[in-house]
Design a protein around this ligand. Structure first.
Ligand code: C2E
Ligand code: MG
Length: 766
């Protein structure tokens, strides 16, 4: 606001003053030798045309002469200072006094040849000014003794300020280059301009959509910053609100009277602000990112320097803001799932760390919910990926809505989600899980179809179930598996014993592929006996896997795993070939009336290549198609057109088909109308109970009677007692299988049974 460059007329006036001062120096001088006069003249000539202040210290009397200019420089008038050394000492900044007198001594004693010092002096107003002090010594010609020290003072405050400003500017550029946090740089920028213009206070506001957000304002009261932050910009929202709105500079001379401040002057005036100039902060392509504001506590418009500074401050802040916003965008992209807008895996990992730290700090627990959508693959496959994406987005929003803002919902991959919740009350994680199950299972219309999605949720707690990310995730994943196994659309808590199960499953998964590839599995055989003749009419092949460490692995475990890891097809092909070849061996041995029954997983039965696989096996082994019986579970005996056509194709080929575990699955009797199968196999479940439970007996009796009437053969399995056998015989069941006759045994044992004629096996042709 104050222009320090002297005008031409001022300079002339000061020159005249100087000349007068030099005359006084002459008078004061007691040593009027020609030499001294000459040096004074030289000095006077040198001083002419400058605006320097002059001082003259008589070393013998200690009197000091200070020129008027010297006094004015420090804000004093002609008669306000005493002509002694104390005046000088007192006016030097206390921190620089020692240094100055040391230099004076050095010069006086001759240890240095010249005297030139930069120091701070105290202005009458209390502020410091920078002075360049130069002096030369006047010696007596007769004995060479120093008699006077004469010097000049030049006000170098402006140069010093410019230097300091440049240094700060460089420092700020360094901060930008190193990547300091934007708020720190905003503060540094504000302080730099505030130091350059005493009394000024600066602020930077960022524009987010239309909202003004606090960027930095180290000297403005927090109350004011809080009141402004969050305001929507507009044509009359103060200087910064207006400048961000119009994209133009806004100079408000008086906040009190300017209509642009009408709406918000009540938040500025109590804090003393009276004028505010605002420059929009723009990025390199001209987009408004925010505003730089300069405030004074008095009404004013900027002078030339201030205006220049306003522009350059906004430019500098613009560099920081643009870079900061770009970084924020990159961070957002790196930590957000693009499809759903939820946190992504990286963000989830970060949050687990934060939740862990907070839990440790406050000695509390947090829950991790591992969520997997049920049957999502089916939806994706049947309705297409676009529809699948819409479903994921919808369900992501539903999940988010079931949680508090502080809980974290993340999508880890595909249809896998995780929720982190602080256990703010007992059972809170379970409450969230229940809300999630409810929210997710709301019907949704997609691709003109009504879908009722569902999910399964595994819950693990920190620190009880895992003390780090991987153990915790594993625990949640294990409990998710349990929720799925228990029938889906439910949640399950983690229990330590689940880990053993999971470990066991993992071992099976790890080893099964190799076992199948290296044909390390074997087949056991169980005979099927005609109840009337006692003959072995068929053999059921049952897969066996003995693992050196895991021991005998139950078929239910490894068959399900083979399905999961995509190995069921090669496994079944091997079983079929081995069983059929074995039947050929027995045929060659003369047992020609046997049929080989092989269990077929429903997933493989429905595979498009299954029929050709069966055909290949028949061709390669030379078995007659009607010597092969495929046992399929009831679940695929549905009236689905695809299933029926597979049944038909196999029937056309001449293969025998049996419905395994009849009565235990989901098929209704109605489905029997359409099914092209040959036999119904009544499961052990009914046989076990039929003698003790009348209802079961009625069911068994009905199944046999109805099966026969519909033209199906009947076989019952799991017969362990003669009473069971007799009852089945009485009810008209023609074939049985069970421990009463034989457990599943090695092929050689079957050969022995066949030859031993245990239950009258018959050699000969069918
Ligand atoms: P499943 O087809 O119902 O097989 C009959 C199961 O009952 C066999 O168990 C058999 O050993 C057992 N069993 C037979 N008679 C008796 C009895 O009198 N008492 C008792 N307690 N059990 C009896 P296993 O071999 O453990 O097979 C279990 C299930 O695993 C089979 O049930 C079948 O669904 C599946 N499985 C076995 N081998 C294969 C295979 O090669 N492929 C497919 N897809 N599944 C197989
Ligand atoms: Mg079976």
């Amino acid at each position: 606001m104050n222009n320090t460059n002297p005008s031409h007329s001022q300079l002339l006036q000061e020159n005249q003053q100087l000349r007068a001062e030099l005359a006084i120096v002459k008078q004061l001088s007691e040593m009027r030798t020609t030499e001294l006069l000459r040096s004074e003249e030289r000095f006077s000539l040198a001083m002419r045309g400058t605006s320097d202040g002059l001082w003259d210290w008589n070393l013998e009397t200690n009197n000091v002469y200070y020129s008027l200019r010297w006094k004015n420089m420090l804000g004093y008038g002609e008669h306000e200072l005493e002509d002694n050394l104390n005046t000088l000492t007192n006016l030097i900044h206390p921190d620089d006094r020692g240094m100055l007198w040391e230099k004076v001594q050095d010069y006086l004693t001759g240890s240095v040849g010249s005297f030139e010092v930069e120091m701070r002096m105290l202005h009458k107003n209390g502020h410091a000014i920078f002075v360049l002090s130069r002096a030369f010594l006047v010696t007596r010609e007769t004995d060479g003794k120093p008699v006077r020290l004469v010097g000049t003072h030049i006000d170098i405050t402006e140069r010093k300020k410019a230097e300091a400003f440049d240094n700060k500017n460089t420092k700020i550029l360094e901060m930008i280059a190193i990547g300091h946090p934007a708020p720190d740089i905003y503060d540094a920028i504000a302080l730099m301009y505030e130091e350059r213009h005493p009394g000024m206070r600066c602020s930077m506001l960022e524009l987010d959509d239309n909202k003004l957000l606090h960027g930095g304002a180290p000297s403005l009261p927090k109350e004011y910053c809080d009141a402004v932050s969050g305001l929507e910009n507009g044509p009359s929202v103060g200087s910064c609100g207006t400048s961000t709105y119009t994209g133009e500079r806004v100079l408000v001379e008086n906040i009190e009277t300017d209509p642009k401040w009408e709406k918000i002057k009540h938040v500025a005036l109590p804090h003393g602000m009276r004028c505010c100039w605002s420059e929009p902060i723009k990025n390199s392509s001209g987009k408004v990112l925010g505003a730089f504001g300069m405030y004074y506590n008095h009404p004013a418009l900027p002078d030339k320097d201030e205006l220049n500074d306003l522009k350059s401050a906004a430019r500098l802040a613009g560099i920081v803001m643009e870079r900061d916003q770009a970084q924020k965008r990159i961070r957002t992209l790196a930590y957000t799932d693009e499809l759903t807008g939820l946190a992504n895996r990286a963000s989830f990992y970060q949050h687990v760390e934060e939740f862990t730290k907070a839990a440790n700090r406050h000695n509390r627990r947090f829950g991790l919910l591992f969520i997997d959508l049920d049957g999502f693959k089916g939806i994706n496959d049947s309705l297409g990926h676009n529809t699948g994406d819409i479903l994921l987005k919808t369900l992501a929003t539903r999940m988010k809505n079931t949680c508090r803002d502080v809980d974290l919902v993340a999508r880890l991959s595909g249809d896998e989600f995780c929720i982190l919740v602080e256990e703010i009350e007992d059972d809170y994680a379970a409450k969230v899980a229940r809300r999630c199950l409810d929210a997710i299972s709301q019907t949704i219309e997609l691709a003109a179809r009504k879908i009722t999605p569902s999910c399964s949720i595994g819950i693990a707690h920190y620190p009880d179930d895992g003390k780090n990310l991987s153990t915790l995730l594993k625990a949640a994943d294990t409990s998710l598996y349990t929720a799925k196994e228990n029938g889906k659309n439910q949640y399950a808590f983690y229990k330590p014993e689940l880990t053993y199960k999971a470990e066991y499953r993992f071992q099976i998964e790890q080893n099964l592929r190799e076992a199948i590839e290296k044909k390390q599995l074997s087949l056991a055989y169980q005979p099927q006996i005609n109840v009337n003749s006692g003959e072995i009419t068929g053999i059921e092949a049952l897969a066996r896997w003995h693992h050196p460490q895991l021991g005998q692995v139950p078929p239910a475990d490894f068959i399900a795993t083979a399905e999961k890891i995509g190995m069921i097809q090669p496994l079944t092909e091997w079983i079929l070939k081995t069983a059929c070849s074995q039947l050929i061996t027995w045929k060659i041995a003369g047992y020609r009336t046997l049929r080989m029954a092989v269990n077929i997983s429903s997933s493989l039965f429905l595979d498009k290549d299954f029929v050709s696989l069966v055909k290949r096996v028949i061709d390669e082994t030379g078995i007659m198609p009607d010597e092969l019986e495929l046992e399929v579970t009831e679940s695929i005996a549905q009236t689905d057109s695809r299933n029926l056509s597979i049944f038909q194709k196999l029937k056309d080929m001449g293969v025998f088909l049996a419905i395994d575990g009849f009565g235990t699955g989901h098929s209704s009797f109605a489905s029997l109308r359409h099914l092209n199968a040959d036999r119904l196999k009544i499961g052990k479940y009914f046989v076990d109970d039929m003698l003790d439970d009348n209802k079961t007996l009625t069911l068994v009796s009905s199944m046999i009677e109805m099966g026969h009437k519909l033209g199906y053969g009947i076989i019952a399995e799991g017969i362990e007692t003669t009473n069971q056998l007799n009852m089945l015989k009485k009810l008209g069941c023609e074939t049985v299988q069970g421990y009463l006759f034989s457990k599943s045994v090695h092929a050689d044992t079957i050969s022995t049974l066949l030859s031993g004629n245990c239950w009258r096996s018959r050699k000969g042709s069918r």
